[in-house]
Design a protein around this ligand. Sequence first.
Ligand code: PMP
Length: 354
Amino acid sequence: MKKHNFSAGPCILPQEVFQEASEAILDFNNSGLSIMEISHRSAGFVSVMEEARELALELLGLNNKGYKALFLQGGASMQFLMTAYNLLNKKAAYLNTGTWSSKAIKEAELFGEIIEVASSKDQNFNYIPKTFSIPDDADYFHCTSNNTIFGTQMKSFPNTSKSMVCDMSSDIFSRSLDFSKFDLIYAGAQKNMGPAGTTLVVVKEDILGKVDRKIPSMMDYAVHISKDSMFNTPAVYAVYVSLLTLRWIKKNGGIAAMEKRNDEKAELLYAEIDRNPLFKGFAAREDRSPMNATFNITNDSLKDRFDDAWKAAGVNGLNGHRSVGGYRASMYNALPLESVQVVVDVMKELENKA
Ligand code: PMP
């Protein structure tokens, strides 16, 4: 039986994507060859890469606006240093909203002075700082749109004349934003886009070429752009499955439709967290993430019973991250509303039997 998968990432993808992806392992486009055994320079794969790059920009509303999309390797973690390598001359401003922001700061510090404009560390990152100012001499501003571990999401972004760099790993393609506010967006594929192994980078070309240092080829966005994301062998299969997911997003109404479904799921679960006295939300209400809902059980003696009940209901991946404890329900694009209803029913039943 297919599980209700609330994993934080790698995570659920649309079932029809899994189906198509598995078919291409045996026979890609009736070619008599597996997607895994063809050259990344073959016409078949070059068109996969082109379509994936185009479609990523199209879904974000960014084609013909001076942006390039790349599918790179090394995860979002590689982007923590690659962004700084390519953009940081002297000083950059970072908003610290959690573990991933902190890691981005640590890497960028190797390249220049980092000003932490605000941090929510004082409250174990359960909220998003709202008031901060970005120094005039910063080369760019970096933020994390969705904090996967703590379950918070930035609802608005500063209006700044500085380049804005954003780690959207855990909420890309999940909500409508004016993406043209950002100069560089990066996201590991393994949440809303595809399997682990590739990272989407969307970069406005005119922000590049402004640092003094020499950049190794593999770290250089300009090199990857000049080679159409094929400077070295790309993660062929991960890019292919990402393309299938991007097509699925488009076919199902694009980002706006994803957002509507995601809001419905989040409302259903958060309403139960707030109503049921056995549970308490972790993140500040106004900053709650529709992607990752974090919550605790108020009566520890019921924990084992709750854990047994959701597992028996076919639910997977509800345990919180080890640094927060409690529970985390990740509700990415492909998770159906019915799966959320299953968890809500288990929560209600626990209350009725307690
Ligand atoms: N940023 C965010 C917001 C994340 O959720 C993650 C992974 N969960 C990362 C960065 C790190 O991504 P990767 O493992 O692809 O390096």
